[in-house]
Design a protein around this ligand. Sequence first.
Ligand code: SF4
Length: 226
Amino acid sequence: MRVNEIFYSLQGEGFLAGVPSVFVRLAGCPLRCKWCDTKYAWAKDAGQDYSTAEIVQTVQKWPCKFVVITGGEPMIDSDVSQLAQELKAAGKHITIETAGIAYIPNLSCDLMSISPKLSNSTPEDVKLAALHEDSRLDIAVLCELIDNYQYQLKFVVDSANDLPEIQETLKEIGNVDLEKVMLMPQAATRDELLAKSPIVAEMCKMVGFAFSQRLQVLLWNNKRGT
Ligand code: SF4
């Protein structure tokens, strides 16, 4: 598998925010979110080749039960199935972070952390925008993911204007447990996070969704490898 980086930190986002976790970042993503904070992992070859056994061995360097398979977009790599199986055999709790654009059945996954991309993610560049729009939202895949895995749905919010689109997306997916929906401020820096958090907090209070922290930005200002 092509691995961009493996590091030990705290989970920064979602219902497991604050839990010490080892992150396995796989290379490659077909989307081009304009505010993406891991552009260095976009290319399929942005990393080094590891066997699944080498990844498990590296993960075990740290005394930590929680492993987050992230990207890039890990669900486009069919070997993720084998990797999750081996990590599970090693006693790990596995979160897979995905934009919800590809489905793989029967994964050993304890938490599918799905972040469907709204139109606020679309880049300005016309060519990139076309590429992005082509695959950023796949309702059928989102339905399969929530029907078959324990999940959380994290929406990245740029402004209060995003709310109707979030509600429309939830309606299209249908069957979503609203207690598993989270709103997370779009913020690449600590200043941006602190400025947007109160707006997102008010949205959460208004509609009853949970607020998702971005601890990695708050604590380390989005330094790579955190
Ligand atoms: S889906 Fe994730 S990795 Fe891919 S461009 Fe968007 S934010 Fe970046």
